[in-house]
Design a protein around this ligand. Structure first.
Ligand SMILES: *Cc1c(COP(=O)(O)O)cnc(C)c1O
Length: 426
């Protein structure tokens, strides 16, 4: 069979994610990936400045992770994780507790970012239910994105992404994203909500809201909101699915905070971008509320593939590689790599709102209207960057770089040169 046939099979049979198939160009056939490079069927190289939807932290096919997966799959594949345990899951849990600075005590496994959020929300709801109190509302931030399952959509921004489903969502109260200008009002609104006694949890993307356009806010404001929740006995949930594993310049975004959220959710970087995994971490205090002679008071949640040994082995290799390659230090170096990029961007009159947090550099392509995910510029910018050999997926007119940590100065320069040369008729 001819080598090209599989591209026809894709066209004929595959329904791709997050895509309006009618207006999008056909997907780019990729045949191999190594480090920063995605190689097309025609042998062209595309630099993965997007870290393949923000998951790939060390570059593609890191040998440590490849080896860990190979060794584990030969020894033991999937085994049921209820009533059974195994070394990769136990070792990963120990490493995660260390990685998060011993601020958490228990590790719950699921399969992706959205499910790690579902788990967190269900834990928070049942925490009160088990104690005989019912609270019905969640507090969240405007512009939030927490995933595509129903609980995760419920606590996200209500917009065109989830409009068809909106009437099925549960009750959520939104705070504006904190800023110097609005913080007094935001705090007052939070106080009022929390005093009502109806709120059981506050969920947020710490320091950077990803999908709504790399919107950044200060750790000081977040600390104050978390503290306010603690005073009112409302559980706090940090959605670190994107920010975790170095994106904000530290291992976790909460490493920038003084307060410790009750629950954190991890996913994207956790296996180095090799395999899907969701993790929800919490402390002994919450865990204890689920220990009971009554079976129904346990946390009765799990997925068929929960605790998969091969995936856990990939995550163990990821954390070990983190330490071996001193990624903590590498993150500082990446921030430095961006300095000359920022200087060059500042000279461009069609770029505004340049901002940096750790390894995320974001800015807007100036337009007449507001920034918008469905901005008409988005598709042309995306196609232009691809034509320049760069995988940069703008969120509307927001352009951002979020590369794997093996990125070089040359590769960042290449991306900035492409931005400088965006044709004006695009
Ligand atoms: C990607 C993302 C999710 C959802 O993760 P999936 O693995 O895509 O389900 C949740 N929260 C944040 C902040 C994310 O960036």
């Amino acid at each position: 069979m001819a080598d090209g046939d599989w591209i026809e099979w894709d066209k004929k049979y595959v329904w791709h994610p997050f895509t309006q198939v009618k207006t999008e160009l056909p997907p780019i056939p990729i045949v191999s990936a190594k480090g920063m490079d995605l190689v097309t069927n025609e042998g062209n190289v595309i630099k993965d400045m997007n870290a393949s939807w923000w998951v790939n932290i060390f570059g593609h096919c890191h040998p440590n992770i490849v080896k860990a997966i190979q060794q584990q799959i030969q020894q033991m594949d999937q085994v049921i994780f209820a009533g059974i345990t195994h070394r990769p899951a136990a070792e990963l849990s120990k490493l995660l507790i260390e990685f998060t600075g011993f601020r958490y005590d228990k590790v719950f496994f699921s399969d992706n970012g959205s499910t790690s959020i579902e788990v967190a929300l269900k834990m928070a709801m049942q925490f009160y239910h088990n104690q005989g109190t019912e609270r019905k509302k969640v507090m969240a931030l405007e512009g939030a994105y927490h995933g595509d399952t129903f609980g995760a959509m419920s606590v996200g921004e209500r917009d065109y992404f989830n409009r068809p489903f909106e009437r099925h969502f549960f009750e959520v109260e939104y705070l504006p994203l904190p800023s110097e200008e609005n913080f007094k009002e935001v705090y007052k609104k939070a106080e009022k909500l929390l005093h009502s006694g109806e709120v059981y949890a506050f969920i947020f993307e710490p320091l950077v809201q990803g999908s709504s356009g790399m919107r950044m806010y200060s750790e000081k404001h977040l600390d104050e909101l978390i503290h306010l929740c603690q005073k009112n006995e409302v559980l706090t949930i940090a959605d670190e699915v994107m920010t975790g594993f170095g994106r904000t310049g530290k291992r976790l975004a909460i490493d920038h905070l003084k307060q410790v959220p009750d629950i954190i959710c991890l996913s994207k970087g956790i296996t180095g971008g090799s395999l899907p995994l969701g993790i929800t971490l919490t402390g002994q205090r919450l865990y204890n509320i689920f220990l009971h002679d009554e079976k129904a008071k346990g946390f009765l949640h799990g997925h068929s593939y929960t605790g998969n040994a091969v995936i856990a082995a990939a995550a163990v290799a990821t954390i070990k590689t983190w330490h071996e390659e001193n990624i903590d230090q590498k993150l500082v170096e990446i921030e430095n790599l961006y300095q000359s990029a920022i200087e060059r961007l500042e000279k461009l009159d069609f770029i505004e709102n340049i901002r940096l947090n750790g390894t995320i550099l974001a800015f807007e392509y100036k337009t007449d209207g507001d920034s918008d995910y469905f901005h008409p510029k988005r598709d042309s910018l995306y196609r232009y960057f691809i034509s320049q050999g760069l995988l940069i997926r703008p969120l509307g007119n927001t352009i951002f770089l979020m590369p794997p940590y093996c990125v070089t100065q040359d590769e960042i320069d290449k991306a900035i040169t492409a931005v400088e040369n965006i044709p004006t008729d695009y």
